[in-house]
Each structure stands twice: as C-alpha cells, then as structure tokens.
Design a protein around this ligand. Structure first.
Ligand SMILES: Cc1cc2nc3c(=O)[nH]c(=O)nc-3n(C[C@H](O)[C@H](O)[C@H](O)COP(=O)(O)OP(=O)(O)OC[C@H]3O[C@@H](n4cnc5c(N)ncnc54)[C@H](O)[C@@H]3O)c2cc1C
Ligand code: FES
Length: 267
C-alpha cells in the first residue's frame, strides 16, 4: 500500500477521560488515503527537543463522510502529552498508512441468530483499533461482538460508538461495569454461542493479549493480536521493534503490528 506524508489539520481534541484525547484530523485538500484497521500512523511531534522521533498511533476511525481520521491518544509521556494539548487548527504531520492490519473475513453469507461472529477483545487504549475494525466487519455484513475491559468503568471509552456496531460485553476489575474481573474471565468464553465464533481479534496490554491467545488456542479458535512494541522509524529500517516468531525475528512495524498469535513465541 502506498505511503503518504501528509500535513493534516487538527479539528479538535476531545478529552474522553483524564489523560486520553481523541484527535480529529482532516485533509483540507484531498480525500484521505486508503487505510485499514490495525494499520497505524507515525505522528511528528513538533516543538519539542525530547520528541525527535515520530510516535506510532493506531487508526481509531476513518470517517469518509467527513474526511476525518481519528486517533485516540493516551498521554503517557512528552510526545503523547503534547499531542493531546494541541490547539484546534494546528497542523499535524503524519506518515500513513503503516504496517499490516487485521485479516478480514470474506463478506458474510449467513445471517440471523446463528450467524458466525467475530469476537473483538480490547483493554485500555488497545480498544482504539477495534472501533475501526468493527466498522470494517459491519461493512462486510459480519457481526462483531466486543469484549472490552478496564480497571474501572471510567476506563471504558467510546462505548456508544461500539454499541452502534454490535453487542458490547464489559469487564472491570472493580466490578463497576459489566462482569468483575479480566476480559479472559468473562462468562462469554464458556457460553454455547462461542461455537459460532469464527475469529478473535485482540489489542491491549501484552499480558491480556497473551491470555486471550492462550484461551483461543485451548478453544481451537484463530486469533490475531496487534502488538505495540517500541518503535522508531516505523518503516523496517532501525530494527528496534523486533519480535521473535516461528519464522525468526521480524520487524513489528513492517510485518505487523497485527500477527496471527500462532506465529508469536509467547510461551
Ligand atoms: C503500532 C502501535 C500503535 C499504537 N497505538 C497507540 C494508540 O492508538 N494510542 C496511544 O495512546 N498509544 C499508542 N501506541 C503507544 C504510543 O506509541 C506510545 O505510548 C508513545 O510512543 C509514547 O510516546 P511519549 O513521547 O508520549 O512517551 P515516551 O517518553 O516515549 O514513553 C513514555 C512511557 O510510555 C512507554 N512507551 C513508549 N512507547 C510505547 C509503546 N510503543 N507501547 C507501550 N508503551 C510505550 C515508555 O516505556 C515509557 O514508560 C501505539 C504503539 C504502537 C507501536
Ligand atoms: S520501528 Fe524501525 S524497524 Fe520497526
């Protein structure tokens, strides 16, 4: 897929909760390029000596109707903090689309209660690419079932948008929303309806993704995970993002960030 370096205009930053900003960007001159769920953008953070390297951020949503790209940013350090503080009208330079996204199933044939579905399991800011993926699955006629987890109900973001796309199951560690516990402890995993689950996609903290991958292996389901290894160039040149796989060490930024979990040497 062709890559672009674009100066996008920031329409605004909505604070979804303390420390989390939703950046809405647009290209005032042309339609945004093709990009797909699971791919990411490298964002240049201007006016800071500490943030010489671009920061990788997942594609949260592409709103074609309004020509908007959404990025959900967790302010954890100087780069992401600066992005969340930008004023509307700022120019944000991005390289996109980068990496390999989620594998999409063929357009759905079966409909109704027994139709196959995909389970999309996310935690923390790892829910960001699952919104885009949910939209792509719905466009193909598939039913996404979202299983989203956080420490507390205030950690769960964009729930209204997820609910427009499909059923949303929740877990929280303190029991303030959904079932108490981790996403891997949700009762859906033991439900008879899981026999219709064709595919599991996951993004979030690595221990969570590893636990999801283990469950899928035990239940004989295919699973793809989106990794968030440290990155610098985002183009496969600096080798700082390597992951050990059954095919040897690979650059997550180029061959991933999405991988079939059977390829990953996580055990
Ligand atoms: C493919 C990909 C997609 C990503 N998507 C998103 C997203 O949609 N939203 C979002 O908020 N963040 C996302 N991240 C993580 C984000 O890139 C980092 O949080 C960011 O680069 C930190 O930059 P900083 O200058 O704010 O902090 P730094 O000073 O660089 O780091 C601050 C802290 O964050 C940790 N950190 C740095 N980079 C990462 C990383 N890649 N993963 C986990 N922890 C990191 C550091 O260890 C340090 O403790 C993604 C990362 C990757 C690789
Ligand atoms: S970030 Fe440079 S090779 Fe992956």
């Amino acid at each position: 897929m062709k890559k672009y370096v674009l100066d996008l205009k920031l329409l605004g930053v909505e604070q979804l909760r303390e420390g989390y900003g939703l950046l809405r960007l647009t290209d005032a001159k042309a339609p945004l390029p093709e990009m797909s769920a699971g791919q990411f953008v490298e964002v240049r953070v201007d006016a800071s000596a500490q943030t010489f390297l671009r920061r990788p951020i997942s594609i949260n949503r592409v709103d074609r109707e309004h020509n908007e790209l959404w990025l959900l940013v967790h302010a954890v350090g100087p780069g992401t903090r600066r992005l969340c503080e930008l004023a509307p009208g700022s120019v944000v330079n991005v390289v996109l689309p980068l990496g390999q996204g989620f594998t999409l199933p063929k357009a759905a044939e079966a409909r109704g209660a027994d139709a196959p579905f995909s389970l999309l399991v996310g935690g923390g800011v790892g829910t960001a690419p699952l919104l885009c993926l949910g939209e792509e699955l719905v466009a193909l006629g598939h039913k996404p079932l979202f299983l989203l987890g956080g420490r507390s109900s205030s950690d769960l973001m964009q729930l209204d948008l997820f609910r427009e796309l499909g059923e949303v199951l929740l877990t929280t560690e303190d029991g303030t929303a959904g079932e108490r516990g981790f996403v891997t402890q949700h009762s859906v995993w033991a439900s008879p309806s899981m026999r219709n689950c064709r595919f599991v996609y996951t993004c979030g903290p690595k221990p969570m993704m590893m636990a999801v991958a283990r469950l899928c292996r035990e239940q004989g389901m295919e699973c793809e995970a989106s990794l968030e290894n440290m990155m610098a160039c985002g183009l496969g040149a600096c080798l700082c993002c390597v992951e050990d796989t059954v095919d040897g060490h690979v650059c997550v930024c180029k061959e991933g960030p999405v991988f079939d979990t059977r390829r990953l040497k996580w055990n």
